[in-house]
Design a protein around this ligand. Structure first.
Ligand SMILES: O=C[C@H](O)[C@H](O)[C@H](O)COP(=O)(O)O
Length: 226
């Protein structure tokens, strides 16, 4: 197991310890979340059901016999656990490295509490080193790419990739993200953008940060939710 894998495993276990028995749980996507699902199963805790953020997560949950509900069956979930590609000190994030950003944003918005799990390399002072994923309706790809270049970004289409919703991903390099809230809104305003990977309107509430010295638990001070 590599050092990075070990940190993911630690973060997953710390998150599993935060899950109360018998709840409906929102479950994110990615390799860190996979470690969380595995740890949850190992813990023997039973949950009532999961709302999943991707086909990949649904498949893993079902393989373990965890019931997966459609998001339309519930108004809210008490807890959502997900990873991130970058997180800043205000707990705004970039997500979507695995292309699941739209469904992740929906389940995150349904959640009363968002626990983000990641390793220390993903904690950054300012978002934007990781190319920002944007899910785009295919017919708008050229239009959206032009608008992104006007904003100073360099969009690159994720080759050979289609989202669970049947759309394309543009990974945008070089954007300056000084104001994550404003940029999240501005990007979503471009016709054809389904959503973008900035999670500032709905930030994480808790960060479980896996480090070489163990897992740090940090709570976000002031709550800004939409
Ligand atoms: O679309 C994917 C998600 O936003 C993931 O949560 C994110 O990319 C982090 O994934 P990983 O835990 O594999 O680094």
């Amino acid at each position: 197991m590599t050092h990075a894998d070990e940190l993911k495993r630690l973060a997953g276990e710390a998150a599993a310890a935060e899950v109360p028995e018998g709840i409906f749980l929102g479950v994110g996507t990615g390799s860190t979340v996979n470690c969380f699902i595995d740890a949850l199963v190992r813990s023997g805790k039973r949950i009532r059901g999961a709302v999943s953020s991707s086909e990949a997560t649904t498949e893993r949950l079902r393989r373990y016999g965890i019931p997966v509900l459609d998001a339309t069956e519930l108004d809210t979930v008490p807890l959502y656990v997900d990873g991130a590609d970058e997180i800043d000190p205000s707990f705004a994030m970039i997500k979507g490295g695995g292309g699941a950003l739209t469904r992740e944003k929906i389940v995150a918005a349904m959640a009363e509490r968002f626990v983000c799990i990641c390793d220390e390399r993903k904690l950054v002072e300012r978002l934007g080193r990781f190319p920002l994923p944007i899910e785009v309706i295919p017919m708008a790809e050229r239009l959206v790419a032009r608008r992104l270049r006007e904003l100073g970004g360099e969009p690159r289409r994720r080759v050979g990739f289609v989202t669970d919703n049947g759309n394309a991903i543009l990974d945008v390099h070089g954007l300056v993200i000084d104001d994550p809230d404003a940029l999240e809104t501005a990007l979503n305003d471009i016709p054809g953008v389904v959503t973008n990977g900035i999670f500032a309107h709905r930030r994480a509430d808790v960060l479980l940060l896996a480090t070489g010295e163990g897992v740090q638990r940090r709570e976000r001070a002031n709550v800004t939710k939409r």
